[in-house]
Design a binder for this molecule. Structure first.
Ligand code: HEM
Length: 499
């Protein structure tokens, strides 16, 4: 049977009936004496699922109600997705407890298993422990610094592209950023130069975006969480079709790279082909050769995961940063002055030594990630009881840490909703508990690419700032949320050439 073929009617009926039985049981079963407050309005069978139905704006609106309720109810509450219990946590210590003790991801992370199943984000804990340890060294500062040259090269290409929009009024900057970020992510991961391959890039990035969209649609319709039902839909077939396209592209890149490695001495391969960085694919092929670390499928799914995890998050972060600094000319001017000081007013490229000196720029990036975290919530699950400060929760709950709400917790002070980069330069203005800031998640299973993304964002921003004044209006911004928190309106910026 193909993955998208329909199941037998008997099987569907069985699964439907067991679902109803479990719904009735979960509705009637005695609640433990001490359990977190339940969000009002829970219905049999669908739980609170009806509150997040509709488009992705509705999903985020609905979710926000749960998370706001959590902030108002001592930072731990519960709601029901269908018959499934979901615990929401905005307490920073409990969030870390869950992040470190519940390393498994919930069932809905498996909705894109056909592409990313064995990649770091979705793989099971046993595999994750082995592979994260092997991959960590490829993401430390020393290994990543050689990529700054590649980031600069692409940031310089972005400048003339953006210049074509200067002086012409508001426009959507995201398509420019998508092309830029995808090219560097693809190059850093596969070592492939995408200019020669831009049709492939387009097919690959379109497929990535569509797979995310299908996953989000499934997430919103609780009945489609049942794979027996989902497999009857056209979306399932479409998702498998896109997965096969991506599979084909990545397999062909891996095969070509293997052939090139077989035919070229390694030192020549690195200097001639990839400036001075070693692409992740080469590092993983080394590990596969020497330690038999990855199967071909694992290799492919890790690499596709890296590109997917790197590109949309970074584009979204850069978009919010541009909107925020475009709405705060004083902040923008301070960043520009810092840049000129670090570069000593010279017309030279930015290098790896400059990046740590951009202290104010880093504060701006952090403040933007605080107000608009591209990943606004992360989720976990556990097959054992979990002990929080005030509750012991049973096995098989899903946990949600709403990062967006941690970032706007009352502990940030009365100005929590305002954009104030300076707060990052004065520890007295930050919450004492560092776990209130988690744009890259918390604990052991946090983002492996956080150093990469800070370097990429700083470099790209620096080139944009050197050439343009940015104008925008954050007051008009509206957001929606699929897997990521994305701008849906009011996100256009205008550019003015600096002379
Ligand atoms: C601003 C940019 C980024 C943000 C905000 C971000 C955020 C996150 C978050 C919140 C998670 C946890 C997801 C979860 O548990 O559901 C995560 C995981 C991950 N991120 Fe990022 N990320 C960014 C950039 C990157 C980049 C550039 C890469 C790769 C080069 C990357 C690779 C990954 C991977 C592989 C994981 C899974 C880690 C694991 O489970 O061990 N991310 N990221």
């Amino acid at each position: 049977r193909s993955p998208s073929s329909p199941e037998s009617p008997e099987k569907i009926a069985d699964s439907f009936l067991s679902c109803i039985a479990s719904a009735i049981w979960s509705w009637l079963k005695p609640r433990s004496v001490k359990s977190p407050p339940m969000y009002p309005g829970c219905l049999p069978l669908i739980g609170h699922g009806y509150m997040i139905m509709g488009d992705d704006t509705q999903l985020w609106k609905g979710e926000k109600q749960f998370y706001d309720f959590c902030l108002q109810n001592n930072d731990v509450i519960q709601f029901r997705l269908g018959t499934h219990s979901v615990i929401v946590i905005t307490d920073p210590d409990d969030s870390l407890t869950v992040a470190n003790n519940c390393l498994e991801k919930p069932y809905f992370y498996k909705f894109a298993d056909n592409v990313y199943g064995k990649g770091l984000i979705t793989t099971n804990v046993k595999m994750w422990k082995l592979h994260r340890k092997l991959l960590n060294p490829s993401f430390n500062m020393q290994m990543l610094q050689p990529l700054v040259g590649t980031f600069c090269k692409h940031a310089k290409l972005l400048v003339p592209a953006l210049a074509s929009e200067a002086g012409k009024g508001p426009f959507d900057v995201q398509p420019y950023l998508i092309s830029n970020v995808m090219k560097t992510a693809y190059r850093a991961t596969f070592g492939t130069k995408l200019r020669e391959n831009s049709e492939t890039l387009k097919i690959y990035s379109d497929a990535t975006e569509k797979i995310f969209m299908l996953m989000q649609r499934r997430l919103q319709k609780v009945w489609l969480h049942l794979s027996y039902i989902y497999k009857l839909t056209t979306s399932c077939g479409e998702s498998d079709r896109l997965a096969n396209i991506m599979k084909g592209i990545t397999e062909s890149v891996i095969t070509k790279r293997k052939l090139l490695r077989a035919a070229t001495p390694l030192d020549k391969l690195q200097t001639s082909d990839t400036e001075d960085f070693v692409p992740l694919l080469d590092r993983m092929l080394d590990l596969a050769d020497k330690q038999d670390a990855f199967t071909d499928d694992e290799l492919r799914e890790h690499l596709d995961t890296m590109v997917a995890a790197a590109f949309d998050t970074t584009v979204t972060a850069l978009t919010y940063i541009l909107i925020l600094i475009g709405s705060h000319p004083d902040v923008q001017e301070k960043m520009y002055q810092e840049l000129q000081t670090v570069l000593k007013d010279e017309e030279r490229d930015i290098n790896r030594h400059d990046l740590p000196k951009l202290v104010y720029t880093e504060a701006v990036i952090k403040e933007a990630l605080r107000l608009y975290p591209p990943v606004p919530r992360v989720a976990r699950t556990s097959d054992t009881d979990v002990k929080l400060k005030n509750y012991t929760l049973p096995a098989n709950c899903t946990y949600i840490i709403p990062v967006y709400h941690l970032h706007r917790h009352a502990m940030w002070g009365p100005d929590k909703d305002q954009f104030i980069p300076d707060r990052w330069l004065d520890p007295a203005r930050l919450p004492k508990n560092p776990n209130f800031f988690a744009p890259f998640s918390l604990g052991k299973r946090n983002c492996i690419g956080k150093i990469y993304s800070m370097m990429k964002i700083k470099t790209t921003l620096s080139y944009i700032l050197r050439h343009f004044r940015i104008h925008s209006n954050i007051e008009k911004l509206e957001t929606r949320c699929d897997v990521l928190l994305k701008p849906v309106a009011g996100h256009f910026i205008s550019l003015e050439l600096r002379v």
